[in-house]
Design a protein around this ligand. Structure first.
Ligand code: LIP
Length: 274
């Protein structure tokens, strides 16, 4: 029988390089940033995002010359977002760029490794607070080396739900307003950390109980969704189907009971696929 590849070398190397680029982010964190608007004034990129992505791609490419890349800033620069069955690094150099611009520490680098369109392992690192979350398929989820698990929350009335403004297009603002009207009276409270990666790893470690978002991209949610799953959480498409990494949406919760109380009440928008 053929031996199953556990991608140990890739995982160890990825951990090292994510920590290394954390130094670049840390050094720039309290300084003035060079900021450019991408699709709108609520969709930003800094020179540090671009530098971190360049350093990650160069380092990973030197070590593993045959693997493909999907990187947030490379796609913003005009490259196609193409997910094939080949081994692929999926990169968000700084998730929570608006937080970074404002020197707000809820940021992270997200690095996912996908093979056959499934996430094999995932690394989420907040270099400012030195917080590291990792998961490998079938091997559990970890925060700074300790195994983590989602909360046991089953009732919406006892749940903390995460909602994000994201890039505030008129249709997203409408959707958020409708969903706020629906959910604020039904949940214990709402949080918004400004980074999809942080939202999902907080869910994985039981700090919040549920989260849904529409309009973001594969680099924001593919990697961290494995961490939620490996921590025992449920991750699916907002329509209730299997998660689709190019469909730009996610519904994640600590228990199936919560998912069932949330999904039928979500107001959705139609989006172009990645
Ligand atoms: C952002 C997020 C945020 C989400 C935005 C956006 P960026 O990523 O993680 O939580 O709401 O849609 O994608 O641009 O900071 O890497």
């Amino acid at each position: 029988m053929a031996e199953v590849n556990t991608w140990d070398t890739e995982f160890e190397f990825a951990l090292e390089i994510v920590k290394k680029v954390g130094e670049i982010i840390k050094n720039a964190f309290l300084r003035d940033k060079v900021v450019t608007e991408k699709s709108s004034a609520t969709d930003l990129v800094t020179e540090t995002d671009q530098e971190v992505e360049r350093v990650l791609i160069k380092g990973l490419e030197n070590k593993f010359p045959n693997y493909r890349f999907i990187g947030e800033e490379s796609v913003a620069g005009g490259l196609k977002c193409e997910l094939t069955h080949d081994p692929t690094w999926v990169i968000d150099p700084i998730d929570g760029t608006t937080n970074f611009v404002h020197s707000n520490p809820h940021i992270c680098t997200i690095l996912a490794f996908m093979v056959e369109q499934e996430v094999e392992f995932s690394i989420v690192y907040n270099p400012i607070l030195d917080q590291l979350w990792t998961a490998r398929r079938g091997k559990g989820a970890f925060y700074n080396g300790a195994k983590i698990q989602v909360s046991s929350c089953k009732s919406l009335g006892s749940a903390i739900l995460v909602q994000e403004v994201g890039s505030a297009t008129p249709d997203r603002v409408n959707m958020l307003t409708t969903n706020s009207t629906t959910f604020i009276p039904r949940v214990r409270s709402i949080r918004s950390y400004g980074s999809a990666g942080i939202n999902l790893v907080y869910l994985a470690m039981g700090s919040v109980d549920a989260y849904f978002e529409m309009g973001f991209h594969i680099w924001d949610y593919a990697g961290p969704s494995l961490i939620v799953r490996e921590a025992g959480g449920v991750v699916q498409d907002v329509s209730g189907s299997k998660i689709d990494y190019l469909a730009r949406n996610i519904l994640a919760a600590s228990t199936p009971e919560l998912i069932e109380q949330i999904r039928p009440n979500i107001s959705t928008i139609t989006m172009e696929r990645d």
